[in-house]
Design a protein. Structure first.
Length: 404
């Protein structure tokens, strides 16, 4: 089988799990090419792996903006007028209401022909999409137009905020199969689809390479680490509010923020307004190896998100034997056992976070025990090579045969 991978932006510094999955499938012998709707900015190419993938990835939107490429793709697609117009009808049938949304559906339809042409030229047997929003719409329309089957990995939480807008029901119906990253994710897929399609929903975790991560020398200064997008959903202001109380008991504590995003300027201003500038360090995006190094030199990993799937960064922290403090949302309890490998908190609650951070900072032995328990959990259930093998078996189960 020859597989193509598609997502909205690939590769991204925040989506290293997709890169690991692609690499894992290639190591297992699958021929995998990569496609991205948009071109990721250079700031996301934080290591040699991302740079290499970026150079080899087909950029759908950039190709569709070339008139000659766009026209040729649609002329070729029109050689099979039945599937072509069925795809157009599908685009209109699954469009959210409103003129703007219908225009976007037409854009996705135009992109679908360009993607289909690229996949045919590369003799691709099957397309797999990550993230079930607009890029998955393009995948669905491409499949209807070309007969090349498609599947997708459903993550959350974003898709579950607007499942009707993104027509999750239609995507589950038309996909060959759906990879769900957790039991919670699968339950949401069941909620928004018909029972006759539930057997398509397979649980395949995102995973990490445990050998990349190892405990290092813990810093003399008590150190907390956050890794993620600096966006509202991650709840960093709640962490700042908790930090103002934590520093009263642990005046040398340092919080390092690895990542970037739209909220960074506001968060930087907030640290100064709260008098936390000596306790907060903004580090920007880091490569996988740099994140592993940061984890090896931290005491506690903190992720105060309001919504999540099953964060890979929590797996990375646990693989590094770092205890985690995080929100009890979505699939997180499937990874973190409260009181064993970390502490689970009500999302948005400041006082419980203060108590959790102080408890762990006060007790090195508890941190060590939780770190070891977390490492064992990841090694047992969230290894990327094992999950890649599961995914390959699903690809093989459903085949890759083109529709007539």
């Amino acid at each position: 089988m020859k597989i193509a991978y598609l997502t909205g932006e690939y590769p991204r510094a925040t989506d290293t799990f997709i890169l690991r999955e692609v690499q894992g499938l290639r190591k297992l012998g699958l021929d995998v090419i990569t496609c991205s709707i948009r071109t990721t900015p250079p700031s996301h190419h934080v290591g040699p792996e991302q740079k290499s993938e970026a150079a080899a990835t087909f950029k759908v939107l950039a190709a569709a903006k070339r008139p000659g490429t766009l026209i040729r793709a649609h002329i070729r697609a029109l050689k099979r007028p039945g599937p072509y117009f069925r795809a157009l009808r599908l685009a209109m049938r699954t469009s959210p209401p409103g003129l703007r949304n219908r225009l976007y559906q037409l854009f996705y339809f135009l992109e679908a022909a360009v993607l289909a042409d690229h996949l045919r030229e590369n003799a691709v047997d099957h397309l797999h999409n990550h993230i079930a929003n607009s890029s998955c719409t393009v995948a669905m329309l491409m499949s209807e137009m070309s007969g090349i089957p498609y599947s997708f990995t459903m993550h959350g939480p974003d898709i579950f905020f607007e499942p009707h807008h993104w027509r999750l029901d239609a995507k589950i119906e038309t996909a060959t199969f759906v990879s769900c990253i957790s039991d919670f994710c699968r339950s949401q897929g069941m909620l928004f689809s018909q029972p006759e399609h539930w057997d398509k929903l397979h649980i395949i975790h995102c995973g990490v390479e445990p050998e990349r991560y190892a405990p290092g020398t813990r810093p003399e200064r008590p150190t907390l680490l956050f890794v993620g997008r600096l966006a509202a959903v991650k709840g960093v202001p709640v962490l700042f509010d908790a930090l103002t109380s934590v520093v009263q008991k642990h005046p040398d504590v340092l919080l390092r923020l690895v990542g970037d995003g739209p909220e960074r300027p506001a968060l930087e201003r907030r640290t100064k307004q709260m008098g936390l500038q000596d306790h907060v360090e903004f580090c920007g995006y880091k490569s996988q190896s740099e994140v592993a190094e940061a984890l090896s030199g931290t005491d506690i990993f903190v992720l105060p998100s309001f919504a999540e799937g099953v964060p890979v960064v929590l797996m990375e922290a646990m693989a590094s034997q770092v205890p985690v403090v995080t929100s009890m949302v979505a699939g997180v309890p499937e990874l973190v056992e409260d009181g064993v490998s970390g502490l689970l908190l009500p999302p948005g609650a400041v006082a419980p976070m203060v108590a959790a951070l102080n408890k762990l900072l006060d007790d090195p032995a508890l941190r060590a025990d939780m770190g070891q328990a977390g490492q064992a959990k990841v090694a047992r259930d969230f290894v990327s090579t094992v999950e890649a093998e599961k995914l390959m078996q699903v690809f093989q189960k459903y085949g890759g045969d083109r529709s007539p």
